[in-house]
Ligand binder design. Structure first.
Ligand SMILES: Nc1ncnc2c1ncn2[C@@H]1O[C@H](COP(=O)(O)OP(=O)(O)OP(=O)(O)O)[C@@H](O)[C@H]1O
Length: 255
């Protein structure tokens, strides 16, 4: 269970977030939405350990993520994707995904240097697992191609495969649909649903209202750093203050 508890974030005189609390039950999909400047990115950065909040905590399986720092997330079963993922120059698609699974590598330097059988076995298993995740995001054919030469949409899918390869129990997604076309967003929707169906908890920050309405079990609407509304897609869609004041009837009706 992810529990966001009374988060407050101040940047100098700017109150970016105040009194933000919600829970995400295991295996469910929760979306954070809101107009520009609402505080979504700030909240995402707090939950993913990038920002230390002014006050409040983010509990994941009893651990406070605001105290551990982003580099320790994988060890706690937490992974994140990026709005604009960077890939290593010269790395293949498969190698990019393997970066995600490397935390499962137990063999040390000596066995790597001498390529001992146990090391080779482990390498083969990690490679096979990474190939499975590449296949999951529809990129099996690109395994040995340079990651950097993939399309923007494919690099985002690669980033998702990298995150999932660490076998997280919680997946944080920063604007997964940004920059994707309709077909790619539809594919993303099925992937997120498949991920949640495996029992992985998903929290996403997203602007694409159609996607949010279709996949979320629960939605938090932020405005000016505060919670404006929270509920199921149907509740949010018919919430007059959300509709009228912040998202605009058009974008919700289109969803
Ligand atoms: N590092 C920072 N220093 C000062 N103010 C900041 C900082 N980061 C965010 N803010 C302010 O906090 C508020 C919330 O910004 P945030 O980027 O979290 O909103 P958002 O909902 O993600 O917006 P968008 O949809 O445009 O990405 C804004 O007023 C912003 O100017």
């Amino acid at each position: 269970m992810l529990q966001v508890q009374n988060i407050e974030m101040r940047f100098g005189g700017v109150q970016a977030l105040s009194g933000i609390s919600f829970e995400v039950p295991p295996g469910s999909i929760m979306a954070v939405i809101g107009p520009n400047g609402a505080g979504k990115t700030t909240l995402f950065n707090v939950i993913s350990g990038l920002y230390r909040p002014t006050s409040g905590s983010v509990l994941w399986e009893g651990q406070d993520l605001t105290r551990v720092g982003p580099h320790r997330l994988a060890g706690l079963g937490v992974a994140r994707t990026f709005q604009n993922p960077q890939v290593f120059e010269g790395a293949t698609a498969l190698q990019t995904v393997q970066i995600g699974s490397h935390r499962f590598a137990h063999r040390g330097l000596i066995s790597a240097l001498f390529r001992l059988p146990a090391y080779r076995r482990e390498e083969r298993t990690l490679r096979e697992r990474s190939l499975e995740w590449l296949d999951f995001v529809g990129l099996a054919d690109a395994a040995d191609m340079p990651a950097a030469e993939q399309s923007y949409g494919a690099i985002k899918r690669l980033d998702l495969a990298r995150a999932i390869a660490s076998e997280p129990r919680l997946l944080l997604m920063d604007e997964p649909a940004a920059g994707l076309n309709g077909a790619e967003t539809e594919q993303l929707k099925r992937m997120i649903q498949a991920i949640a169906a495996r029992g992985i908890t998903v929290l996403l920050v997203e602007h694409d209202m159609k996607l949010v309405m279709e996949i979320s079990h629960s939605i938090v609407v932020l405005n000016l750093g505060q919670e404006l509304a929270r509920g199921t897609p149907a509740q949010i869609r018919s919430n007059p203050s959300v509709l009228a004041a912040y998202l605009g009837a058009e974008s919700l009706e289109a969803a």
